[in-house]
Design a protein around this ligand. Structure first.
Ligand code: ZN
Length: 205
């Protein structure tokens, strides 16, 4: 097995799982310089790093994915569609727009998947989702993401969803600042670039 050689690293700036998932590519840039997902195992590793899959569960998914490449690819593509759908949903919410039922259709379709059969189990001091279905169901990498989006949509935190003000960024976050003043995905990235641009324009003008 050599898949461990290429474990990707992800950024965790969104403050909510489904927003972290969305913050894994350049949304508004045509150059697509930043893209963290290339094939099915990347979804497994994302879930692992997000705390949704244990080490053992990672293995129970990577093995069958290797044996069923076509099915793994189909789940991967569904995951990338889900990412686009979640990005559209929360970009519109961040912009203060309301959603049409059709905006939620893809997400709802996934939530209706009866193989998910989620239950609540104790975890540490609190509780968490436990996913039913077969342990090696390749689709299970999509469920925590879909549930995370559903939970955010019905939560009172929804008004705190924001979008980075950086050019060619499009990343989303949950603004946990006291006065709701967060503007950037990452100050040291988009924030500083905007500052440098302002400085350039000032000195030019
Ligand atoms: Zn940004």
């Amino acid at each position: 097995m050599n898949e461990h050689e290429s474990i990707p690293t992800f950024k965790w700036l969104g403050g909510w799982p489904c927003l972290d998932f969305v913050d894994s590519k350049n949304w508004d840039s045509h150059e697509a310089k930043y893209e963290r997902f290339h094939h099915y195992p990347d979804l497994v590793w994302w879930n692992h790093q997000a705390g949704f899959l244990s080490d053992v569960e990672v293995e129970t998914l990577l093995e069958p994915a290797q044996q069923q490449p076509a099915r793994a690819q189909a789940v991967f593509e569904r995951g990338m569609t889900l990412r686009t759908e979640i990005h559209r949903i929360f970009s519109r919410i961040a912009a203060g727009e309301s959603l049409a039922e059709s905006d939620l259709a893809g997400l709802n379709h996934l939530l209706l998947d009866e193989s998910i059969s989620s239950t609540i189990i104790p975890a540490g001091q609190g509780y968490t989702w436990s996913w039913g279905g077969e342990a090696n169901a390749l689709e299970r990498v999509l469920w925590p993401i879909a549930w995370s989006a559903a939970e955010l949509l019905v939560s009172d935190k929804l008004g705190r969803v924001g979008q980075c003000a950086g050019e060619s960024c499009g990343w989303l976050f949950l603004d946990t600042s006291r006065n709701g003043s967060r503007r950037w995905c990452e100050m040291k990235h988009c924030g500083n670039r905007a500052k440098a641009r302002r400085h350039y324009r000032r000195t030019k003008g």
